[in-house]
Design a binder for this molecule. Structure first.
Ligand code: C2E
Ligand code: CA
Ligand code: CA
Length: 686
């Protein structure tokens, strides 16, 4: 039976089947598909696993698997013992050919409903057993309770035993309270503040409802008298006699004290201890309005790629960075300058100034102080400045404007601050619109693949192409990547878009093969967010398997800027290279990595950044730098691609310096797939 033709319909049928169905790859036992019923029984993770891992619950493929042992190519019904349910299950198996021609077996569990029932029964039983174990094991209970840091007590009327949680014992010194009947006031009277004894007794008067609570004072071990809220729940048997009483104690002093805390929290940032934005707004607006003798500036700044720091190094590291920044501000800012942390990595400053230059100098000092730290990565910051001209503008608006300016600062080595300008507002509005549209755009296939050919400088022929995204917006028309990629990198959507583009590239390679066109390798861009955020290796393994294409047909372009000492990156790159992908360092020269650094990174090719080429080529010194870079790359046995090749002069120079491959407007601009196909066919016919 072959399914490749009717896959769509086959999926639909299987999806609604009343039987649990799953398809297993005959070669590696991976589960290629599982219908909803199967997932209900074996869990949602089924499709990510293997049949022995998820269905039979074993480490290795079952040695007695009949479909592998006999390799019989016909339908069979067998009884299989599944550890998962601890019973034998009737299973029907059909050999078939799956999507990419791989041999597979469709398993159908004939008594799905019985299994489901058994599963629920098992789960309920397990839950009961767990609860019972938990109750019995005082130690475990202690751990759980002490982690919650609540005070709990329990009294069992039948067994005349009692339990008090660790925190309770610590607080009140009840080291080994044995058999204290909490229902009898005198037994605990030592703990209750004498004046509140009557309140406490209210807990035990006979009443209809079994939940009671009072607030009274209690004496802690160290003699402190503290207000506590005591809650008790009585549990009764069928005759109405109390079986157990379970109670909790909650320190109500905290609530009283929390009025103080609230005041603190309303004015200070709890993480860094510096003022928060509420406090800042109040202080800054009175400062600006009351002292009209000087000019003020409102400055907003944030950490470049702070999200990346959190992602790559941990939230804790992120927190430490923020504290380091707060300390830096405390150290550097002169008296009379206000500052605060707004949220995440955003800070505001309000400072008097006389000349713009003074502000830049101040910012330079702040940046330097923040940059100087013990972390293994760089902390760069971008600043936006709003010069207060009209003191009637509300302070929050002034801050917004400073933040808008900060967002327009590109994270380059020279630009680190920007003054507010009305035009920024339009840009922000544009970005907001894009963010609203992006998910729909992906679903509607508005992102399209453009290809830009790469040329072998020796032969002058096309030797590859780079996959570049374009957004065909139904209203706004064709949007260029520079207008959405940086935004997607900030909001994480790049992960989805990249995967979509890679899939387009794979499809193209398959189409070429099927059409009998001799393929050229395609280069795809890998946003560095994938390295930690996503399981890059797994995603590619799946794509390769799904489309059944050789990895040598794909080049992965990874930007240089994040090569600085990231272990993870090296490991991932090594794995990808081992899989057979060609790896290319994109935008080489734009960041700070030297060829020396690249020496230890598993890559095949470096791609010299387009700006680098353009600027440097105008001077002789620049030419020397580039030719030197190329020569060194050759020494390291790396191939060299030059991008942004725009002129004949560029081409001649690159040929002279033995650059292997060139890409740029001089040869061709990025183009839709159909145009590229035409170009390719035309060249082949020459
Ligand atoms: P990139 O990876 O450095 O791609 C090369 C860019 O240089 C492309 O811009 C291309 O059109 C442009 N270019 C090519 N030849 C020349 C030339 O001779 N002169 C000049 N001045 N420019 C040239 P494009 O297509 O606008 O893409 C811009 C950037 O957007 C790309 O830079 C890449 O970083 C990013 N990008 C585009 N598509 C994707 C994607 O699917 N995923 C990811 N992660 N990034 C993408
Ligand atoms: Ca690229
Ligand atoms: Ca590039």
């Amino acid at each position: 039976m072959s399914m490749s033709g009717e896959m769509g319909l086959a999926y639909q049928i299987m999806d609604v089947s009343e039987h649990a169905l799953y398809v297993v790859d005959k070669n590696d036992f991976r589960i290629l598909y599982a219908n909803p019923k199967a997932k209900e029984i074996f869990g949602d993770g089924l499709e990510q696993g293997t049949c022995y891992g998820n269905v039979a619950v074993k480490q290795l493929p079952c040695i007695d698997c009949p479909f592998v042992v006999s390799k019989e190519d016909k339908e069979q019904v067998v009884e299989r013992y599944l550890d998962f349910f601890d019973r034998r299950v009737k299973v029907k198996a059909n050999p078939l050919v799956w999507e990419n021609g791989q041999e597979a077996v469709l398993f159908k569990i004939l008594d799905s409903d019985i299994l489901l029932e058994a599963k629920y029964r098992n789960e309920m039983q397990a839950r009961k057993e767990y609860a019972e174990k938990l109750r019995q094991s005082g130690e475990l209970y202690d751990t759980v309770v002490s982690q919650l840091r609540t005070m709990v007590f329990e009294y069992n009327y039948r067994e005349h035993t009692s339990y008090t949680s660790l925190l309770f014992r610590e607080k009140f010194g009840l080291d080994a309270i044995e058999n204290v009947d909490f229902s009898k006031a005198p037994a605990t009277s030592a703990l209750i503040y004498p004046e509140d004894m009557d309140i406490y007794k209210m807990l035990f008067v006979n009443r209809e409802d079994d939940f009671r609570e009072v607030t009274c004072r209690m004496q802690e071990l160290d003699g402190k008298v503290v207000w506590y809220r005591i809650c008790i729940q009585f549990i009764r048997d069928a005759e109405g006699n109390p079986v157990r009483a379970i109670g909790t104690l909650k320190n109500e002093d905290e609530v009283t004290r929390s009025h103080e805390t609230l005041k603190y929290q309303s004015e200070f940032d709890t993480l860094t201890g510096i003022p928060n934005v509420n406090r800042f707004y109040i202080d800054a607006s009175s400062l600006i309005r009351e002292d009209l003798s000087c000019q003020y500036a409102v400055i907003s700044f944030d950490v470049d790629k702070f999200k990346l720091i959190n992602d790559l190094f941990s939230m804790n590291t992120g927190d430490e960075v923020l504290k380091h920044i707060a300390r830096s501000l405390q150290e550097i800012l002169p008296a009379g300058t206000l500052y605060c942390r707004v949220h995440s990595d955003v800070f505001f400053i309000c400072t008097p100034y006389t000349r713009r230059g003074d502000l830049i100098k101040l910012i330079e000092r702040i940046r330097k102080r923040i940059y100087k730290n013990e972390y293994s990565f760089d902390i760069n910051t971008s600043f936006g400045i709003y010069l207060v001209k009209d003191t009637a503008v509300p302070i929050n608006l002034m801050c917004d404007r400073a933040s808008l300016a900060a967002r327009t600062v590109k994270s380059s080595a020279v630009e680190f601050c920007a003054f507010y300008d009305e035009q920024y507002r339009d840009e922000i509005i544009k970005n907001t619109e894009i963010e609203m549209d992006m998910n729909q755009a992906l679903a509607d296939r508005q992102f399209v693949m453009y290809l830009q050919p790469k040329y072998n400088l020796g032969t002058g022929r096309i030797c590859g192409a780079e996959v570049l995204a374009r957004w065909k917006h139904p209203v706004k028309g064709l949007i260029q990547p520079n207008d959405f990629i940086p935004l997607f990198e900030r909001n994480g959507f790049i992960l989805k878009l990249d995967q979509y583009m890679w899939e387009q590239a794979c499809k193209t390679l398959v189409d070429w093969r099927e059409a009998g066109i001799e393929t050229v390798p395609l280069s795809v861009n890998i946003s560095r967010y994938h390295i930690k955020n996503n399981d890059l290796v797994r995603v590619w393994k799946n794509l390769i398997r799904k489309y059944n294409i050789p990895t040598s047909d794909l080049t992965l372009e990874i930007t240089e800027t994040f090569f600085n000492d990231s272990e993870d990156l090296y490991i991932v790159l090594q794995q990808l290279q081992d899989m057979g992908f060609r790896l290319e360092v994109d935008d080489f020269g734009a960041g700070y990595s030297s060829l020396n650094m690249i020496r230890n990174v598993p890559v095949n090719t470096i791609k010299i950044d387009k700006n680098f080429l353009d600027q440097k080529l105008t001077t002789d010194k620049g030419k020397i730098v580039i030719s030197h870079t190329i020569a060194m790359a050759k020494d390291l046995q790396l191939n060299v691609v030059a991008e942004g090749v725009e002129t004949k002069e560029h081409v001649d120079f690159l040929k002279e310096t033995h650059c292997d491959v060139a890409q740029g407007f001089f040869f061709a601009r990025p183009m839709p797939l159909e145009d590229f196909n035409r170009l390719l066919i035309e060249e082949r016919s020459r």
